[in-house]
Design a binder for this molecule. Structure first.
Ligand code: AMP
Length: 566
C-alpha cells in the first residue's frame, strides 16, 4: 500500500484532469557530479532523455555569467575553468549544511542551486524529447536524513516540479535491475560509489508469490566519500611532482582558476586510468611547466585507503544483514560512475570470491538510478490507480474483483495486466535514529526510541518518570543521530526540537509518563506524551530545522522564475 504523503501527492495529479493516460512520472537522479532524467516507454523499458547537448548525463555544475544568466551542465563546467568564483559544483554535499553562495550581491541556498540543475534538466527534456517533466521522483542517498530529503524536495518545488517521492538511490538501482531479471527471494547488495558520495545497501526482494515486496534491509554510507576524493589525490600528487620538478615554493597558494582546471584534468586522467595503464599531464603554473606521469599502479596506491573505507562499510552492512536474517547475498550491483575504476571491481570480486562476471552487475552504472526512479514513478502511479479502486491491498480482494480492477487500470494506462498484478511494494527503513533527552545516573544522555535500520513506518515507546514532585511541566527534547544503540552521549546527536508537556502540578516524583515516537515513510517524526496518572496527552510533529518556510519558498520561486537558465 502507498504511504499517506505519496497517496496525496498522486491524488493531486488527477484533480485538474481525469485522464491518467497523459500522466507520466519521470525519474531524476540528482547526482553530486552528474544528473540524469528517465521515463518508462510504452514497451515497459526505462529510457534516459538526452540533454540539449545530446549527452545522457548532465554535469551538476552551475555557473552564473555576468549577464545574469544561469548556466548549467557541460558549458558551466568549462566556464568554471575561466572564472571559478562564479561557479558551483558538488552542491549535494552541502544539502545538510547552512552554507550559502553569494554572487553579484545575491545569496543562494543549496536548495536554490539544486533547483537550477533540476530546471535545466526539465527544460532540456521538453526541448529534446517533447517531454513535459512536471511530476517527478527524485533520488537521494539512502543515508540522507529528514533535512536533506526535505531540502531536495524543496529544490524540486522551486524548479516548478511536482515531487511525488524522494526515493533512495539503492532502491532505484535495485528496481532498475529488477525490470528484466528474476529477482524473487533474492538478496542484492548495491555498492554505489558516485562523484561525491558512497553508499552500500542490502535490498531484499520478497519471496512470497502473492506479493512483490522490495525491502531495504540495511544501509551505510559516507556522504563525503566519492570520485572527487580520488581526484583530490591525483591533484595532490601532480602538485607535489610539479614542485619537485620545478623547485617552486609549495607554500604559495595556486590560483583558483588554475586549480579548477587541474581538478577537471585530474578527473579526466582518472577516467583514462580506468582504461589505460598510465597517463601523462602537462602542468603549467605561473609560467613554469612540468610533465607528470601517473601510472595506474601509483594511482591505486595513492587511493588505497579510500577504497578500503568503502570495503569497511560494505563489511558492516553485510554483517548487519546477516544479523537480521539475510546471511546470503545473491547479486552485487555496482552503481555510480566511480565504480568504473577497475580496482573497485577487483576488490569486490575478491571480497566475494567471484569469478569474473558472476553475479556482478556493472552495466548502466551512470543511468541505473534515474531509470529505477522512472520505474518507481510508474509503480506509484499504477499503485495509486489500483488502490483508488480497490481501497485495500489488491490480493485481499476476491480473484474476480482483482481481475476487474486490474483490467480497468490496464485499459486506462495502456500497461499490461501482468505488470499491474506484479506491482512491487517498496519497504523502507529508518536511516537515522531518533531519541529523547533523559537523565541517567545524573548524566544527560539520549535514549533512542527508534533505532536506524528499523522498517518504516516505525514506532517506539517507553515509560519515563518525573524527577521532582508537583512539576508543572516536562520538557521533551528530541534528537536525531547515527548511532545504532539505545543509549548514547548527548554530543552524538543533533537536536531536532523540543516541546513542553504541561502537567497539573500534583504528581508525586516518579510518576510515569509514556513517550511514543512514530516515524512515517517520508521521515516525519511524531511524538506523543501521555501522563499515565492523569490521562492528559500532548502530540507534536518534528521536522529537521533549516528547511525553508512556505513564505521563503514563494520568495525563492519568484527569484528563480526571473532567471534565464541555460
Ligand atoms: P555519478 O555521481 O554516479 O554520476 O558518478 C560520477 C563520478 O564517477 C565522477 O567522480 C566521475 O569522475 C566518475 N567516473 C565516471 N566515469 C568514470 C570512469 N570511467 N573511471 C573512473 N571514474 C569515473
Amino acid at each position: 500500500m502507498l504511504g499517506k504523503t505519496i497517496l496525496e501527492n498522486i491524488a493531486k495529479l488527477f484533480t485538474a484532469s481525469t485522464a491518467p493516460q497523459g500522466v507520466v512520472i519521470y525519474g531524476i537522479d540528482l547526482g553530486t557530479t552528474y544528473s540524469a532524467v528517465a521515463y518508462m516507454d510504452e514497451n515497459g523499458n526505462a529510457q534516459i532523455i538526452p540533454n540539449s547537448e545530446n549527452d545522457r548525463i548532465t554535469p551538476s555544475v552551475v555557473y552564473f555569467d555576468e549577464d545574469d544568466n544561469v548556466i548549467v551542465g557541460k558549458v558551466a563546467k568549462e566556464s568554471a575553468k575561466l572564472d571559478s568564483a562564479r561557479s558551483i559544483d558538488f552542491i549535494k554535499r552541502q544539502m545538510s549544511s547552512n552554507w550559502t553562495y553569494t554572487v553579484d550581491g545575491h545569496s543562494y541556498s543549496p536548495e536554490e542551486i539544486s533547483a537550477f540543475i533540476l530546471k535545466r534538466l526539465a527544460e532540456d527534456a521538453a526541448k529534446t524529447g517533447n517531454h513535459k517533466v512536471q511530476n517527478v521522483v527524485i533520488t537521494v542517498p539512502a543515508y540522507f536524513g529528514d533535512k536533506e530529503r526535505a531540502r531536495t524536495r524543496t529544490a524540486g518545488e522551486l524548479a516548478g516540479l511536482n515531487v511525488i517521492e524522494i526515493l533512495d538511490e539503492p532502491v532505484a538501482a535495485a528496481l532498475n535491475y529488477s525490470i528484466n531479471a528474476d529477482v524473487k527471494g533474492k538478496n542484492v547488495l548495491v555498492y554505489d560509489l558516485g562523484g561525491g558520495t558512497f553508499d552500500v545497501t542490502v535490498v531484499n526482494f520478497g519471496k512470497n508469490p502473492d506479493k512483490n515486496e522490495i525491502s531495504i534491509i540495511c544501509t551505510e554510507g559516507n556522504h563525503r566519500l566519492g570520485g572527487k576524493d580520488w581526484d583530490d589525490r591525483i591533484i595532490n600528487y601532480y602538485l607535489l611532482q610539479f614542485h619537485l620538478q620545478t623547485g617552486s615554493d609549495m607554500s604559495v597558494p595556486v590560483d583558483p582558476d588554475v586549480m579548477t582546471e587541474l581538478r577537471q584534468n585530474a578527473e579526466t586522467d582518472k577516467k583514462v586510468l580506468s582504461a589505460k595503464n598510465s597517463v601523462k599531464r602537462k602542468i603549467t603554473i605561473e609560467g613554469k611547466k612540468s610533465i607528470v606521469e601517473l601510472t595506474r599502479e601509483k594511482f591505486e596506491e595513492l587511493t588505497a585507503d579510500l577504497l578500503n573505507q568503502t570495503l569497511i562499510l560494505t563489511d558492516k552492512v553485510i554483517r548487519q544483514a546477516g544479523e537480521k536474517g539475510y546471511p546470503k547475498l545473491d547479486t552485487l550491483i555496482l552503481v555510480g560512475g566511480s565504480s568504473r575504476m577497475p580496482q573497485i571491481k577487483e576488490a569486490i570480486a575478491v571480497k566475494f570470491h567471484l569469478t569474473p562476471g558472476q553475479n556482478l552487475i556493472d552495466f548502466d552504472v551512470d543511468e541505473a538510478v534515474a531509470k529505477g526512479a522512472a520505474r518507481a514513478g510508474e509503480i506509484k502511479l499504477l499503485s495509486y490507480l489500483v488502490q483508488d479502486k480497490a481501497k485495500k491491498p489488491l490480493n485481499e480482494l476476491p480473484p474476480e474483483e482483482q481481475k476487474k480492477i486490474v483490467s480497468q487500470v490496464a485499459g486506462i494506462t495502456g500497461k499490461s495486466e501482468k505488470d499491474i498484478y506484479a506491482l512491487p511494494d517498496l519497504k523502507k527503513v529508518a536511516t537515522k535514529s531518533y531519541g529523547i533527552k533523559v537523565s541517567k545516573s545524573g548524566t544527560e544522555i539520549i535514549r533512542n526510541l527508534i533505532v536506524k535500520q528499523t522498517p518504516v513506518p516505525a514506532a517506539g515507546k517507553e515509560d519515563f518518570v518525573t524527577s521532582k514532585a508537583n512539576s508543572r511541566k516536562l520538557n521533551l527534547t528530541v534528537y536525531i543521530n547515527d548511532e545504532s544503540v539505545p543509549d548514547i552521549a548527548l554530543e552524538s546527536g543533533e537536536q531536532l526540537g523540543s516541546i513542553v508537556f504541561p502537567l497539573d502540578g500534583t504528581l508525586p516524583a516518579g510518576s510515569p509518563v509514556e513517550v511514543t515516537f512514530t516515524l512515517d515513510e517520508e521521515g516525519a517524526l511524531c511524538l506523543t506524551g501521555f501522563d499515565k496518572t492523569k490521562g492528559s496527552k500532548i502530540e507534536a510533529v518534528f521536522h529537521s530545522s533549516g528547511i525553508m518556510t512556505e513564505q521563503e519558498k514563494d520568495a525563492a520561486k519568484v527569484n528563480l522564475s526571473q532567471k534565464n537558465v541555460e
